[in-house]
Design a protein around this ligand. Structure first.
Ligand code: FIX
Ligand code: ZN
Length: 444
């Protein structure tokens, strides 16, 4: 049995070491293996390039991340550089623009800016020379994407990357239809079937499914035969992708049961198609709730925002579908407390991550502290949501630091209460938080 802790500094040392040594399962990203293609242009070199390629990595992708695009349009507004003009610029010119205005002419204080710097630091790129973008680009050009994935995973301690495989994205769908076996063959990556329009916009989803040969009807009423066809679609794609769960994101106005007329068909699709198929296959359903798309549509992904959602709808869903397992994350800070309390009531509800606008150190600290106080370690504190491979480096580094800080405080409280805490206890907790809870929920 390991030694009982007697001081806070000893706990701090141990938490830091155990966090560093703990392999991570990143349960939600937008990253892909090289088999999904690397887009051109990309300052990364080597590997196969491909116009619609999905594997984003390297300096220009880091600098043109949509979080930074939003920030650069605050300091160079659209009255000075029109949105369309920005989008027409080559990626390297967009990256230069972001670099000039957010890193050179201003101090890169925001979390997204700091993230780029942490990535460079962890890659061992000379701090003094960082302002020289051309030199930095040269370094990235020399990397081979496949080997670079290994390097980034090693440095960020990420053992497994979970993709978002959107069946409603024509580019990605085409790739799956062409060669599913090679897309799912990279053991570093796991697949997730993403199906937003089935719940969010059943009319659109039904139109597409019908065009793809599934007779689900016209998007209004759903007959028993339509439902069977919808289930066939889900089974086909779960088989094709060998997905480990199914996911969607939905706006804050989502309610269960549905209130709006236009949402009734989506609800039937949820109750009769999605949840029965997932229950049968024992797969969780991940709902990411609270995104408001296109508040400023000219900004593309950078133009999305958030709104307060309805946590009681999640509770009603958990009651109505006890055979289903739900991964839930919400985007509004205002929803976090109620969501935590709701999770206390349901063993089939696993809350996860500090999503998107919550993935900032101050909020990670606040939310993790609250979750530990209300749920102990029975939650998944973070996912990275990385869209660019290299972001695994900063997102996990920053999150690990904040989660570690909260853990030390909580363990110090146990010391005060004279609980005989050992390194073995901390090791087990850290393993659960960064890996075990996710794996166990999948097989529950
Ligand atoms: O819906 C999602 O999966 C969101 O995470 C993304 O759409 C969003 O753009 C994002 O990248 C957040 O970090
Ligand atoms: Zn995401």
């Amino acid at each position: 049995m390991s030694k009982v802790f007697s001081s806070r500094p000893a706990i701090e040392k141990s938490v830091a070491k155990l966090l560093r040594d703990q392999p991570i399962i990143d349960m939600h990203t937008h990253l892909y293996p090289p088999s999904f293609g690397t887009p051109v242009p990309n300052c990364g070199g080597g590997g196969k390039t491909d116009r619609g390629g999905l594997l984003l990595w390297g300096l220009d992708e880091l600098l043109t991340y949509h979080y930074l695009v939003a920030e650069v349009f605050r300091v160079v507004p659209a009255t000075e550089l029109a949105y369309e003009a920005f989008w027409k610029m080559p990626k390297t010119a967009q990256a230069d623009h972001v670099w000039k205005h957010l890193f050179v002419e201003r101090t890169p204080l925001s979390e997204a800016c700091r993230g780029v710097l942490t990535c460079l630091e962890l890659l061992g790129l000379d701090v003094d020379r960082k302002k020289d973008l051309a030199r930095l680009r040269k370094w990235f050009t020399r990397q081979d994407p496949d080997k670079y994935i290994d390097r980034v995973m090693e440095l960020s301690h990420v053992e497994s990357i979970t993709m978002t495989n959107n069946v409603f994205d024509d580019n990605e769908r085409g790739r799956w239809l062409k060669d599913a076996a090679s897309l799912r063959s990279d053991s570093r990556f796991k697949t997730v079937l993403r199906i937003d329009p089935i719940l969010g916009n059943w009319q659109t989803a039904a139109g597409k499914l019908s065009a793809w040969g599934y007779a689900v009807g016209d998007g209004r009423a759903l007959s028993a035969a339509n439902i069977e066809e919808g289930q066939r679609f889900l089974h086909d794609w779960l088989d094709r992708q060998q997905a480990i769960y199914t996911a969607l994101s939905i706006g804050p106005s989502w309610r269960y049961p549905a209130e709006a007329d236009h949402a009734q068909a989506g609800q039937i699709a949820l109750e009769k198609m999605i949840l029965p198929v997932l229950a049968q296959r024992k797969l969780p359903f991940a709902m990411m709730i609270g995104s408001v798309r296109g508040v400023n549509a000219a900004l593309g992904d950078a133009g999305d925002s958030l709104g307060k959602a309805d946590v009681s709808s999640v509770a009603r869903l958990c009651v109505a579908f006890p055979q289903n397992k739900f991964f839930i994350t919400m985007l509004a800070r205002e929803n976090q407390h109620e969501l935590c309390v709701t999770a206390r009531k349901f063993g089939n509800l696993m809350i996860f991550g500090c999503w998107w606008f919550l993935n900032n150190p101050s909020l990670i600290e606040e939310i993790t502290r609250m979750r530990l106080e209300l749920l102990g370690t029975s939650m998944i504190p973070q996912h990275s949501d990385s869209r660019v491979l290299d972001q695994l480096l900063y997102k996990w580094e920053h999150s690990r630091t904040m989660i570690g800080k909260v853990l030390v405080d909580k363990y110090a409280d146990l010391l005060e209460a004279e609980w005989p805490l050992t390194e073995g206890d901390i090791k087990a907790d850290v393993e659960r938080l960064f890996k075990g809870n996710f794996e166990e929920f999948l097989v529950r």
